[in-house]
Design a protein around this ligand. Structure first.
Ligand SMILES: Cc1cc2nc3c(=O)[nH]c(=O)nc-3n(C[C@H](O)[C@H](O)[C@H](O)COP(=O)(O)O)c2cc1C
Length: 183
């Protein structure tokens, strides 16, 4: 267990994994974090589809023209979806859960990467969400937001650098165009 600021600094998107599988205990720990996620009105509209079948991982990696290739090389993909009929805030709810997965993976010394599905399309215009829905037999009301690929890091990446923090994005007591930030 590391301090949270250090965890936030260390988390990077990991796109290359070793072939080592995750243990069942690791998967349980990972998914606990997602299930602990806060959600709008406590609605918990998420559905998580765990994929470790190499054929399915490969199919998922082709759900969009670019940016999903890494899924084929991951030992585990967590498809984060939500029931869109349960809440208008399903994107937010699923996003929080996906973020919990990224941070939990880093806390366990694993690597992870968010692969966006919602709003993306294949070259022929087919929504990536429909492609993922077909591959995994998701019901119509269940919308896939993202695929979180998880595994053992093939290589460490440098932690984020405090020098690059965009303090000018922080505004005190209202947005002021001349603000240079609170620091
Ligand atoms: C909403 C969202 C969608 C993303 N989609 C993808 C994606 O489809 N493929 C990918 O390789 N990385 C994706 N990423 C990861 C970003 O590229 C990454 O977070 C960003 O470049 C910053 O790098 P870092 O995570 O290492 O700090 C996504 C991240 C977010 C938050």
């Amino acid at each position: 267990m590391q301090n949270f600021t250090e965890l936030a600094r260390r988390r990077r998107s990991i796109r290359k994994f070793t072939p080592e599988k995750l243990t069942e205990d690791q998967v349980v720990e990972l998914m606990k974090a997602a299930l602990f996620a806060p959600s709008s009105k406590g609605s918990r509209p998420w559905e998580f589809v765990l994929v470790d079948d190499p054929v399915l991982l490969h199919e998922l990696s082709e759900c969009k023209p670019a940016g999903a290739e890494l899924v084929a090389g991951a030992p585990l993909a967590v498809v984060v979806a939500a029931d869109t009929t349960r809440t208008e805030a399903w994107v937010e709810d699923a996003s929080v859960a996906a973020t919990m997965l990224l941070l939990q993976a880093e806390d366990m010394g694993l690597g992870a990467c968010w692969v966006q599905v919602n709003g993306r399309t294949q070259d022929d215009g087919t929504p990536s969400a429909d492609i993922v829905r077909d591959i995994l037999n998701l019901p119509a009301e269940c919308a896939p937001l993202a695929i979180v690929a998880v595994g053992h890091k093939a290589a460490e990446r440098k932690s984020q650098n405090d020098e690059k923090l965009l303090w000018e994005k922080i505004h005190l007591n209202g947005y002021r165009h001349e603000d240079k930030g609170v620091r």
